[in-house]
Structure formats: structure tokens, C-alpha cells
Design a protein around this ligand. Sequence first.
Ligand SMILES: [Zn+2]
Length: 339
Amino acid sequence: MYGAGDVRVENVPDPAIVEPTDAVIRVVRACICGSDLWPYNSMARSDTGQSTGHEAIGLVEEVGADVRTVKRGDVVVMPFAISDGTCEFCHEGLQTACVHVAFFGNSGMNGAQAEALRIPYADGTLYPVAVGEDDALMPSLLTLSDVMGTGHHAAVVAKVAPGKRVAVVGDGAVGLCGVIAAKRLGAEQIIVLGRHPDRIALAREFGATDVVSERGAEAVERVKELTGGHGVHSVLECVGLDQAVQTAIEITRPGRAVGRVGVPQHQAIPDAMPSFFGNITIGGGPAPVRAYIEELLPDVLDGHIQPGRVFDRTVGLDGVPDGYRAMNDRESIKVMVKP
Ligand SMILES: [Zn+2]
């Protein structure tokens, strides 16, 4: 990506092992993320460009001398963040705070919308799965590299529990996975805030019980009507814009929680007074998806959850620029890349 709206497909040098803890994967599937649309709309022009993509399933082609848990030929989930697997934060299951954390396709680090990629700290970063590279579950497995783990994180931070009322702000792929996560954790009512008919239809199939398509004060009023006047126990904020965060806080029942996973587009969190007087917990951040794979994988493998349904288009590498356009124009929910 060389600037807003400027995505190009180029030949670059093949990745190679640099450190003994590295692996090189051939990318079997990658995808375009809603968070990739922020730079797609706002990135300043750059002469060097930024390699993009942070979600992938790979086939391990080569490993460094110190790699122990993955080997050549393994199919692996590649979470969006690298993590060493050994520091205190990794041991606590917060790999996105790893002392060696870095994010694929960001800040000069190569991205996964590519044929191959070097993976630092392969043992800590990659998660091997016992499937073939053309397994029918590939789309759902791919979501474990980001959007399903991220939706789950929002639900965990928002303290979703059996019998509770939940709202999901945003109907993008993460919001849709948030609906799956909320249902999976036993929520009784799941209100999705969104307005795109294709996404809303899928949200309902995933378990949303109510839809609120209004915005701002009207959305808050609608949610309150749907919840006996007091709001929901848990809000999954999956957008990151000021108004979405504000709505999330204002529909939260006093004493309950907002889980934020939408990448914030503003420096401050709005509504300091209402959230203070409502005793509302506001938490969240980049999901430690590496930690959640263990919990979510069995439900993907047995078909109990089907987050791969968020993909409604598949392109080759040459189709990536148009894939960005399609997601940005809301013509596609999420684009899968099969290099
Ligand atoms: Zn670590």
C-alpha cells in the first residue's frame, strides 16, 4: 500500500530464515481485514509503501535451528501479532502485550497478503492444526488468526455470560464474530447495531435476536426499549469511531461492561461522566487470539461455530486491490485471498 486507495501487487525478494527462531510459511489463505480499511482510506503517500495483511493460514516451508513446535509441512494458523511464547505476558495469555510483540503488515513488518512470509518467534506465534491445506474448514480456521478471536475477546472483556443481554456495535466481520461469540457464551438476547442488509441477515443466522439500525441518540433509545429501559449487560464495540464508542457506553447497563476491539480512531474515550456515574467498566484492546485458538478450535472443527461464513468473496493476489475496494464500498463483508 503506497497511500490511501493505492494498493499494488509487486514482486519482492523471497522471505528467508534470519534468526534461528524464525519459520517461513507459504501462505495458503489470507484475507483483508476491516482494520486494513483505515490506512486504505487515510494512509499518507509513501515512497517505500507498506506490505499489508495480518491474517493467514500457512504451510511451513522452512524452520530455523531453534524452532521446536512447528515443522516443515505443518499447516498453521498465523495470529496477527508475533509473540515469543516465553515472556510473562505470553504465559498470562496476553500475547499481544508480549515483550517482543509486533504486528504483521504494520510499521515496516511484512504482511500476509503475499505468497510467503517470514515468521519471527515461530514457536510462540504459530499454532499448528491437523488439517490439509484444502480442508473445507479453511475459511473458519482462517478467522482464528483475527476476527473470530477478536470478537471472542470483546465478549470476554464485556463479561458475556449465560442469560445476559448483549449488544454488538458494528456489523462488520468482527461484529458478526462477536455475535457468534456472545451466543456461544450463552447470551440470551443479542442486539446487533448495524444497517447493511447482507450483514444483518448473517448476524441473525449467527444468533442475533434484535437489530437496531438507528444511530446516535435514537439507537440508544431503541436499545433501552428492547431491554426494559436499562440497557444491556455487555457491549461489544467493534467499530472504533467516536460515535460507536459513545453509543456503546450509553447502552451499557449500570455496573456492567464494554469490550472494545474496534481500533480507536480518536485519542479520547467519550462519555467520562456517564460511564463514571454508571460504574461502567471499559476495557479491551488487541485480542490475544493466539491464546483463544485452543478454546475456539474444537468448536470450529466440529462445526459448532462457522465464522468462515463471513467470507463472501475469494480472490487471488491480483484481485487484492479490487478486494479492498469491494470491502470499502461495503460490496463485500470480508474478502479471502488464495494466493
Ligand atoms: Zn511474549
